[in-house]
Write a protein that binds this ligand. Structure first.
Ligand SMILES: [Zn+2]
Length: 186
């Protein structure tokens, strides 16, 4: 029996950690979330999901309608992080066609999306160095058990599609979080 233990690099996302960026205490793997699609022209004040309407402008936790003709759902884009059990999740908004948006609303309460998807949409939030102001084409996968739909970048050559496939290092994740004012101390 040896008392020698190999030194492991510290895991900045283990347990609770105090953020050198925003000063808050974050728990474990940190996710980022956008409260509305970037083109949303109003204050990001959310109505209840149950108040959803297809005309005019509407924003809730999970649904958004703009100008009676653009329909968005809150989704999550996951990126595996090497050496981490949890994936990094970017909470963001994708468009859906009106048809698919209505299907999503119909199935939402029971999370009943049998034989649904993947749908296509446009991711409408910027993400660090990956996605700028131009929307990016994505596949939208409805999930069971009232989980938010997951997104995959459609263009397999896009840097984000590659990183979704192969994962990123803790250092790369730290860079993304820094972009948003958070700073895990590695
Ligand atoms: Zn922070």
């Amino acid at each position: 029996m040896s008392w020698f233990r190999r030194a492991k690099p510290a895991n900045p996302f283990a347990g609770n950690w105090t953020c050198a960026g925003c000063g808050e205490v974050h728990q474990g793997m940190m996710d980022l979330a956008a409260l509305a699609p970037d083109p949303w022209p109003h204050e990001r004040i959310q109505e209840p999901n149950s108040a959803v309407r297809l005309d005019g402008d509407f924003l809730s936790e999970d649904f958004c309608v703009m100008d009676s003709r653009y329909f968005f759902v809150r989704a999550v884009l996951e990126i595996p992080v090497h050496g981490q059990a949890e994936k990094f999740g970017f909470g963001c908004w994708s468009t859906l066609s009106r048809d698919n948006f209505e299907k999503y609303l119909d199935g939402f309460d029971n999370a009943d999306f049998a034989n649904c998807g993947p749908w296509t949409g446009w991711l409408c939030n910027q993400l660090g160095t990956y996605i700028g102001t131009d929307p990016e084409g994505v596949y939208v996968y409805p999930q069971p058990d009232r989980q938010r739909p997951t997104l995959r970048v459609a263009n397999p050559d896009h840097g984000l599609a590659i990183d979704q496939e192969q994962g990123i290092s803790v250092e790369q994740l730290t860079e993304i979080l820094r972009f948003y004012g958070h700073a895990p101390t590695a």
